[in-house]
Design a protein around this ligand. Sequence first.
Ligand code: HEC
Length: 144
Amino acid sequence: MKKIFIIFFIFISTISSSYSHKHYPITVDGGFDISSGKLLYNQNCASCHQSNLSGAVDWKGLDKDGHRKAPPMNGTGHTWHHSDETLHAIIKHGLAKLVKNYQGKMMGFGDKLSDKDIDNVLAYIKTYWNEEIYNYQLELSKSN
Ligand code: HEC
């Protein structure tokens, strides 16, 4: 399991995006449209990650098809261990394009959401994070 994650993150970090990275880090205090992010989150993400961002019940287990369940976005999972650039790539491309033979359920939203939309969703997600992890992740995102 650990090995899969390592391969996965090396892969993500090699993805080069034509999208300017000047907008990182994504903050909750201006520059991003949090209410639009909330709306888009509820329309596109809440079905799996829940409208209160708590993730699937018992998210560390597998669902009945053997897939991993949707993790929480509210700061209790590990989402905040990833930089804005990585999170943006996961949401845009999904894991299917990033991980060879991926058979999970996190598909990309690049055809539905613009880069700006994705950043607004991330800004909304960050409103759920406590100060400590918010600041930690902000520092992480400044370095790329
Ligand atoms: C069909 C269900 C489903 C939908 C809809 C969905 N996700 Fe996911 N998402 C997952 C699953 C399952 C995972 C765990 C990935 C895995 O292990 O395969 C995941 C993983 C993630 C991750 C990585 C989490 C982490 O903690 O490392 C992020 C970020 C994410 N989703 C954001 C979103 C956003 C934002 C949306 C809406 C635009 C969305 N997801 C919509 C099922 C979904």
